[in-house]
Structure formats: structure tokens, C-alpha cells
Design a protein around this ligand. Structure first.
Ligand SMILES: NC(=O)C1=CN([C@@H]2O[C@H](COP(=O)(O)OP(=O)(O)OC[C@H]3O[C@@H](n4cnc5c(N)ncnc54)[C@H](OP(=O)(O)O)[C@@H]3O)[C@@H](O)[C@H]2O)[C@@H](O)CC1
Ligand SMILES: Nc1ncnc2c1ncn2[C@@H]1O[C@H](COP(=O)(O)OP(=O)(O)O)[C@@H](O)[C@H]1O
Ligand SMILES: [K+]
Length: 506
């Protein structure tokens, strides 16, 4: 699914009105009615005091549609117009009239701090102050209103987006509604997925308001959401007439004394992702650990007992994963440098491999084209330098991706895969995966797919999705706390199976 900018959403709105031969008021009625139905389904007529705060633009108009339907269905509703200016939108005004005709009562106008009502913990607040039309910082008494909503402890439902949040930039103000739930129209917004802003959104659901399908298919976006539908079309079925040589000969290089488990996790994950042949290149002291822990793998040892210092000569792999548990000793820098010089096909660099690249920037020029880097936020900061906010982070990552012709997998709650100007946002995974070694497992999954000749961007996008899906499958049985990286590595097969099953996992 595409993530659209505010301007593209507004254009979709305009084209829909034109092509479907409807008025903008009818589109607003459609949008508001869908929100009402969601609320009605959940409240089932319960007499919870509902307080709706409407701005004076079209987000406020949506709020008035919802208010009218709630009143008509016997709910206890108080409607407040957040009257920061008298420049109201036409569709707001039409719905203002309609609301008045329904209730024979005007909504209450808030024009200053004194007009802000008390909000109780037991209230149900609907935030329809601003949507995608927010174009500057919220100031003055409206900040107090938002503060009161946030401090009330009431359940807050945001229409389209929490007021104060921009769809695709970061607000420099704290005046942002902290929603428990957001019902958004047609396409989710970028800010729903960024670490800086996602907490304001709460849980969210996207409602299909039947924006013109042709427009949605044709509109150009460089940002995409990856769910099961998008992931499963990337899968390449295994052929009956095939052998292990068809599924990649991969090399996993890393490990150091005390951190041998990381490469074991990586290689185990790679085997369970379908790799044909896997060899580990590790410091000598890890030999028994690896041969015992993963009998399916072959092992080549470095001459150094505790760290990598060299590279395996006369060995050719389809792809290489370098970095898990490797450390950043001078000898290991030399090892990575040799790998980078020898490896002509795309490879994956993770963990200390990335730290070495950050400390020795000259090595970045040696990265084979379309290699995949998988930093967590700390490693990314070392690689790119500091950023002001998540939008600048994405900009820096795109610049790096273009400069070095590589793919960057920014790991996190919503892992983002950056391929030049494109961003793929992952939707699978859960907080149980915030556990030691789950990143090492991801490296194994992606390296395995690279070895199986998936195009590098596909290997990254599909690998990240499957890794998260596997975490979701395990968490459904074991809970978040019970999930460990080793379980993800061992159970990757269940993620492949679930790709083609219809039921929701968690
Ligand atoms: N296709 C769709 O998705 C559909 C979308 N629909 C709905 O429309 C919503 C978008 O409506 P919208 O364009 O009228 O913008 P909205 O968010 O109501 O705010 C605009 C007003 O806010 C003002 N303003 C801005 N920033 C401000 C600030 N900091 N402080 C003070 N004022 C500020 C701005 O004033 P101005 O800049 O003009 O001075 C203007 O008056 C969208 O989110 C969805 O809910 C559905 O109805 C139908 C289908
Ligand atoms: N809250 C979360 N929701 C979804 N995925 C998560 C969450 N926390 C961590 N993950 C995933 O777990 C992995 C953690 O990687 P990383 O930090 O490198 O771990 P390690 O260094 O221990 O291997 C990443 O793939 C990340 O996306
Ligand atoms: K809103």
C-alpha cells in the first residue's frame, strides 16, 4: 500500500469527487458515516458521555457528521467547535447547519481558554480538530485544550489523525493530541510509523472511503507499506526438480570470544530460511560451539583464536554476511577490508561490521553495489551522524543509499528499508522481538534470501516481513516475554507457511 503526502490525499479527494460525480459534502458524509459506524459497533448504544471537539476545516466537518449520527442514535453527545478563526470551510458550515437542524441546538463555541470544558476520565473524546490540513504549529489557548484532553485520562479517538501531528513531517511543538485509537481515511500517514510520532496515534485502523481506484493505482509514491499481501507476491516457490546448489552457498563471517552465539543464530536462521549450503567463518575458539550447535553448517576457522583477522582464501560464496558478534579490533578491520575487496556480488553487513564501516569511512567505497546494511538506531547514528528528527534521518539514509548504491534496513518497531529514494515500511513484528540476538537472526534470513537469488531489495523487504511474522507467530503462543531470538531462527518455516494462510496471527 502506498503512503501519500497531504497534497496527494487532497488531490485524491478532488479526483474522486469529479469522477464519481458527487459533492465534497457527500464524500464527507461517507467518511463521517464510516467513523460513526465504527463507534456505534463498539459502544452499542452505551450511554458514555461523548465529547466531540471539532475544528473549523474539513476534519471538523467530519466530526460534525459523526456528532449528528450519534445524536440521531440516542447517544449523549456534547459538541464543541474549536473556533480559532471564523474562516470556516464550506463543508464544515453545511454540516454545522445540519447538526443544528437535528438537535435544534448550536454546538458550543470555544474561543479562549475559559471556554475549554472539564473533561472527565470516563468521557469518550473524539478529536476532530485538525487532520491533514494542519500547516503550522498550534499556538495559544488551543495548546491548553490539547493539554486538557491529554491529561484527562479519557479514551481519545482521533479522526483521520491526532490533531497537531503532521502527516509527513515532525511537529516542533508538544501540542499534539495523544490518541488511544485513530480512524484514518484511505491510506495511513507516514507519521503513524515513525519512532518520533507513532505513540500519538495509538492503535489505528484505515477506513476505505472509496477514493478513486485509478488515482490510487497511478499516483506516484516512493513510500510503501509492506503487509502480507505485498510480501507474498515476492515469494519464489521452490522447484521440485532442484538441488541444494540452487538455494545458495552462503558464508557467515563473525563471532568473537564470548560472542560466538551471534553467528550461530545468524546461520541457524539462514538454514531455516531455505539456504542450500552454509559455511561459517569464525575465530578458531568457536569451532566446537558451531559444529555442535548447527551440524548442518560447515566451518572454516580463522588463525586467530578469539577474533577474525583474515578471510577464507580459495573460497567462493554466492553471498556473505559479515559482522554479527565480530568486534571492531584492528585485525577484524583488515578482515572486513579483504571481504569487501574480494566480494563482487551484494553482501550483507550487520552489527560490528557496520561499526567498522563507521570508524573507517574509506571502506564504504568498497561496498559491492546493492549490498544490504542492517543497522539498529545506534549503529545508524554512527554511520550517518546525528539527525534532528526522523524525517531528517530518512533523508540522510536515502542520501547514503544513493551515494554508496546500497540498501539500508533501519531496524525498529516499524523497520524501514531504504533503497535509494524508496522507503518500504514493515508492518509485522512485536515488542517481544526486542530481545538479544533477534537482529542477528534477521541478518541470517536476509542473507539466505540473497543466496537464493532474490533481488537485494526484495531479499531485504521479504526478509524483514518474514522475520517479524515469525515473531508474531511465536508471540501468539509464548507471549512477548517468552520470545527469544533462537525461537525465531528455529521457526522461520512457520512464517513461510503463514504467508499463504488467511487468518490474522496476533
Ligand atoms: N480524501 C480525504 O482524505 C478526505 C478528507 N476528509 C477530511 O478532511 C480533512 C482535511 O481537511 P482540511 O483540508 O480542511 O484541513 P483540516 O485538517 O481540517 O484543517 C484546516 C484548517 O486548519 C487551519 N490550520 C492549519 N494549521 C493550523 C494551526 N496550526 N493553527 C490554526 N489553524 C490551523 C487552516 O487554516 P489556514 O491555514 O487556511 O489559515 C484550515 O482552516 C482530513 O483530515 C479528513 O478529516 C474527509 O472529510 C473527506 C475525504
Ligand atoms: N518493538 C518491536 N516491534 C517490532 N520489532 C522489533 C521491536 N523491537 C525490536 N524489533 C526487531 O528486533 C530486531 C532487533 O535487532 P537488534 O537491535 O539488532 O538486536 P540484536 O543486536 O540483539 O541482534 C530488529 O529486527 C527489530 O526490528
Ligand atoms: K483529528
Amino acid at each position: 500500500m502506498k503512503i501519500l503526502t497531504a497534497a496527494q490525499i487532497a488531490e485524491g479527494d478532488r479526483i474522486t469527487i469529479e469522477r464519481q460525480g458527487i459533492t465534497s459534502e457527500e464524500l464527507m458524509e461517507r467518511a463521517g458515516t464510516l467513523i460513526f459506524k465504527q463507534i456505534h459497533n463498539r459502544l452499542q448504544g452505551a450511554q458514555i458521555p461523548v465529547k466531540i471537539f471539532c475544528g473549523i476545516g474539513n476534519n471538523g466537518g467530519d466530526g460534525l457528521v459523526v456528532a449528528r449520527h450519534l445524536v440521531q442514535h440516542g447517544y449523549t453527545v456534547e459538541v464543541y467547535v474549536v473556533n480559532y478563526t471564523d474562516k470556516r470551510s464550506d463543508d464544515f458550515l453545511n454540516n454545522y447547519e445540519k447538526f443544528k437542524e437535528t438537535t435544534k441546538d448550536w454546538p458550543q463555541l470555544i474561543k479562549e481558554e475559559d471556554g475549554i470544558p472539564e473533561i472527565d476520565q470516563g468521557d469518550f473524546v473524539i478529536d476532530a480538530i485538525f487532520g491533514i490540513g494542519l500547516n503550522r504549529k498550534i499556538k495559544g489557548w488551543m495548546c491548553k485544550l490539547i493539554e486538557r484532553i491529554n491529561k484527562s485520562g479519557a479514551f481519545v479517538l482521533a479522526i483521520d489523525m491526532p490533531s497537531g501531528l503532521f502527516p509527513d513531517k515532525i511537529s516542533q511543538s508538544d501540542a499534539i493530541v495523544h490518541a488511544d485509537y485513530t480512524l484514518s481515511f484511505q491510506n495511513p500517514k507516514l507519521s503513524f510509523f515513525l519512532p518520533d510520532t507513532m505513540d500519538y496515534v495509538g492503535e489505528f485502523q484505515v477506513l476505505d472511503i472509496a477514493i478513486d481506484r485509478q488515482y490510487l493505482a497511478e499516483v506516484k509514491s516512493e513510500t510503501f507499506l509492506v503487509g502480507k499481501e505485498q510480501a507474498k507476491i515476492l515469494y519464489k516457490p521452490r522447484k521440485p526438480n532442484s538441488h541444494k546448489g540452487d538455494y545458495g552457498n552462503i558464508l557467515v563471517a563473525g563471532g568473537s570470544y564470548g560472542k560466538m552465539g551471534s553467528v550461530l543464530l545468524t546461520a541457524t536462521a539462514a538454514m531455516h530460511t531455505g539456504t542450500g549450503l552454509c559455511t561459517l567463518y569464525i575465530p578458531e575458539s568457536g569451532y566446537t560451539i558451531i559444529q555442535t550447535g548447527l551440524p548442518e553448517a560447515m566451518v572454516i576457522t580463522d588463525k586467530n583464536a578469539k577474533i577474525l583477522s583474515d578471510f577464507p582464501k580459495n573460497f567462493k560464496a554466492d553471498t556473505v554476511c559479515f559482522g554479527p558478534g565480530a568486534g571492531t579490533a584492528e585485525e577484524t578491520v583488515h578482515s572486513l577490508e579483504n571481504f569487501l575487496k574480494k566480494q563482487k556480488t551484494p553482501m550483507l553487513i550487520d552489527a560490528d561490521g557496520l561499526n567498522i564501516l563507521s570508524q573507517h569511512k574509506g571502506l564504504q567505497d568498497l561496498l559491492p553495489e546493492n549490498s544490504i546494511l542492517t543497522p539498529h538506531p545506534g549503529e545508524l547514528k554512527r554511520l550517518l551522524g546525528k539527525w534532528k528528527d526522523d524525517i531528517e534521518k530518512l533523508k540522510l539514509a536515502k542520501e547514503f543509499s544513493k551515494k554508496y548504491k546500497v540498501i539500508i534496513v533501519i531496524k525498529g518497531t516499524h523497520t524501514m528499508i531504504i533503497n535509494r529514494d524508496e522507503i518500504y515500511i514493515n508492518t509485522s513484528g512485536n515488542p517481544g522481538m526486542a530481545t538479544a540476538g533477534s537482529g542477528d537472526v534477521l541478518s541470517g534470513v536476509i542473507t539466505s534470501l540473497l543466496g537464493q537469488k532474490y533481488d537485494p531489495p526484495v531479499a531485504a523487504v521479504l526478509g524483514v516481513y518474514l522475520h517479524g511474522l515469525c515473531g508474531d507467530i511465536i508471540a501468539a503462543d509464548e507471549g512477548f516475554e517468552g520470545l527469544t531470538a533462537g525461537m525465531i531462527a528455529q521457526n522461520m518455516g512457520s512464517a513461510f507457511k503463514a504467508l499463504f494462510e488467511n487468518q490474522e496471527i496476533a
